[in-house]
Design a protein around this ligand. Structure first.
Ligand code: PEP
Length: 241
């Protein structure tokens, strides 16, 4: 399987930031791993012009219609993007998105020929209570539609308490969670589950990337803050290669 490193710019970025992408594109063209930047809808077309793989950060489950302010998967694909994130914890928390909605958005992404990165993750309280694996298995069962394949779908494990905090689980904890996620995917999807990429996300930076990428069943990363500047993101990409 080809490894994947995806940046998530969140609600950051204007045209002034496009040179960051041009620099990434020239440094990592021909990379042995897939490099994707998921950015704000307002920038996607111009991001795609850099030649990098581009993704949306969310999509609506419907193709079109009376949904003021929303963006459909088809619109994202129309910009030249080939990926979309669904189920990011900031969507789950700030927009009260549940697993059923995330599954619908995922199907919408596939219907628009987008590769979907489905995010799952436990809160700090769930982590402290020792409920991490139960929460993750339930999120996978309900937010990953039955038709998922390795070609269309990537799973990103992002502990909510690790996103943007500088905190990460220990390498042993990440390895144990990813091993359990892999088993769960294999049980449900067979050989497709064995091949489906499993990303880690949450405060990945150049200083911890080598340790995280050395772990079994970690097939790449979803990176927020450290994807905004080429000088921060580039060494993380290099660490995965
Ligand atoms: C994210 O937003 O998906 C993320 C992992 O953020 P950060 O890398 O900043 O923790």
């Amino acid at each position: 399987m080809r490894k994947l490193i995806a940046g998530n710019w969140k609600m950051n970025g204007t045209s002034a930031d496009l040179p960051e992408l041009a620099q990434l594109a020239s440094t990592h063209s021909g990379s042995s791993v897939d490099v994707v930047i998921c950015g704000p809808a307002t920038l996607l077309s111009r991001m795609a012009d850099t030649g990098l793989k581009i993704g949306g950060e969310d999509c609506h489950p419907a193709n079109s219609g009376a949904y003021t302010g929303d963006i459909s998967a088809a619109m994202i694909a129309d910009t030249g993007a080939t990926y979309v994130i669904t189920g990011h914890s900031e969507r789950r928390t700030d927009h009260a998105e549940d697993d059923a909605l995330i599954a619908s958005k995922t199907e919408a992404g596939w219907n628009a020929n987008l590769h979907v990165i489905i995010c799952i993750g436990e809160t700090e309280a769930q982590y402290r209570a020792g409920d991490t694996l139960d929460i993750l298995r339930a999120q996978m069962d309900q937010s990953i539609p039955d038709a998922a394949t390795a070609a269309t779908t990537t799973i990103a494990y992002e502990p909510v308490w690790a996103i943007g905090t500088g905190l990460t689980p220990t390498p042993d904890e990440i390895a144990a969670v990813h091993a359990a996620l892999r088993e769960h995917l294999k049980t449900r999807f067979g050989s497709e589950g064995a091949q489906m990429r499993l990303l880690y996300g949450g405060s990945v930076k150049a200083s911890n990337a080598d340790d995280i990428f050395a772990l079994p069943n970690v097939d790449g990363a979803l990176v927020g803050g450290a994807s905004l500047k080429a000088t921060d993101f580039s060494p993380i990409i290099t660490a995965l290669q």
